[in-house]
Design a protein around this ligand. Structure first.
Ligand code: SF4
Length: 409
């Protein structure tokens, strides 16, 4: 089929097959891809509203046994740079988030063998009790698989327990590329195979949770594998309709074992447009300004995105790999409005919450994203002693903590 005929098929709202989509991606000029993606965005969102969420992106621990070779964020068990956030630190972050109109935490972290399932349950319960209306968008599929292995419980049971404790929705992290050849090369096959990642999402959707889906592209995958990732997500969405949104970001190579170079802005825009064209059963596509910067983030709105993602407030993972863009609510809204759209705040379910909050009341400007821990702010949270550690290093550390706690004043 010619590019023109495939483009006409897309414009008519028909689903494209794998060969057609691949041909389009490889041969269509970039403006044509943008035009097709924008037509779908306009069909799904004719009111010209672009949304964003005020939430905080918190990484509760950087200790991880998975050791993906594209990750600059993790530290091995026993590292002096490893950290776990305490409950009080997390409460403080929630207070700060609510002060700028935030409605949820996006909570993800490393696969820390010394944090058992009960630590998560107690944390979620404590948050639910203190902040009844605040939402927890937490624990990507590989983290849930890690907890399932650690607790020797099926993922469905882990999810049920976490939902009972206060989990509201599941972020789509850890998908990378959902093709096992790629996952083996990225050393992330062990944390979750493509089928396992999709199965966790299927289980979460069946348990009544909505989730997002992501893709980290630009490492070792071929064009066919990039497309296969999208087709696998489309198939699961046909089955469950549980995904609220799709987010693509480019691999950030600085300080990683894999190293290499970062995909260009045009590659990002073409990939985003391809996603909008292929993922015909996804309503929402986010712009990844945190990896692409505000200007390409804004251009994303002409390449299929209808959402500017989160104001984030805090970011650790992408920054560890060298990118440190920052947009607060004022800047996000300026970019949306300059592109000719109306900006609206939303929640994780894409319900509109209102106009920009800084137009309703004074909100402090943020010109830099925070990190999980300020430099030099080390130390283990005291409540960790209440939970059994699994690693040798962790067991010794907790025994020492107990001994110190038992010393007379
Ligand atoms: S990407 Fe996640 S699972 Fe992989 S090493 Fe980094 S923190 Fe661990």
């Amino acid at each position: 089929m010619t590019i023109e005929r495939t483009a006409a098929k897309s414009l008519a709202g028909e689903r494209l097959g794998a060969a057609e989509a691949l041909e389009l991606y490889r041969r269509a000029p970039t403006p044509l891809l943008g035009q097709l993606a924008d037509a779908i965005r306009a069909r799904k969102h004719p009111e010209r509203v672009v949304t964003y969420i005020i939430d905080r992106n918190v990484n509760y621990t950087n200790v991880c046994v998975a050791k993906c070779n594209f990750c600059a964020f993790y530290r091995p068990v026993g590292s002096s740079e490893g950290y776990v956030l305490g409950f009080d630190e997390l409460f403080r972050k929630i207070d700060e988030t609510m002060a700028v109109g935030g409605v949820q935490l996006l909570l993800q972290g490393g696969h820390n063998p010394d944090l058992p399932l009960t630590w998560y349950e107690d944390l979620f319960r404590a948050i639910r009790e203190r902040y009844p209306s605040f939402k927890l968008h937490a624990l990507s599929p590989p983290e849930l698989i890690h907890l399932s292995r650690l607790s020797q419980l099926p993922v469905a049971e882990v999810l049920d327990r976490l939902i009972a404790a206060g989990l509201d929705s599941v972020p789509g992290g850890g998908a990378e590329i959902l093709v096992d050849r790629v996952r083996k090369l990225l050393h992330c096959y062990g944390k979750a195979t493509a089928d396992e990642w999709l199965d966790v999402m299927r289980t979460a959707h069946r348990a009544g949770l909505r989730t997002t889906a992501t893709m980290m592209y630009g490492t070792v995958e071929t064009d066919e594998e990039r497309l296969e990732h999208l087709l696998r997500l489309r198939a699961l969405q046909d089955e469950t309709a549980g995904f609220t949104a799709f987010i693509a970001w480019s691999y950030q190579p600085a300080h990683t074992e894999l190293s290499g170079s970062e995909a260009t802005g045009v590659d990002y825009l073409r990939t985003l447009a391809l996603a909008r064209i292929v993922l015909d059963n996804f309503d929402n596509l986010q712009a990844s300004w945190v990896t692409q910067g505000g200007k390409v983030g804004q251009l994303s709105l002409a390449y299929g995105a209808n959402d500017m993602g989160s104001v984030m407030i805090e970011e650790n993972v992408v920054r560890a790999a060298g990118a440190s863009y920052c947009m607060d609510e004022v800047e996000i809204v300026r970019n949306i409005e300059d592109a000719g759209f109306t900006a609206k705040r939303r929640n994780m379910h894409y319900d509109i919450l209102g106009d920009p909050i800084f137009r309703e009341r004074e909100v402090p400007r943020r010109l830099e994203l925070s990190t999980s821990r300020d430099a030099g702010d080390g130390g283990e949270p005291s409540e960790l002693r209440l939970y059994p550690a699994r690693s040798h290093v962790g067991k010794i550390a907790r025994l020492q903590d107990d001994a110190v706690a038992d010393w007379p004043e």
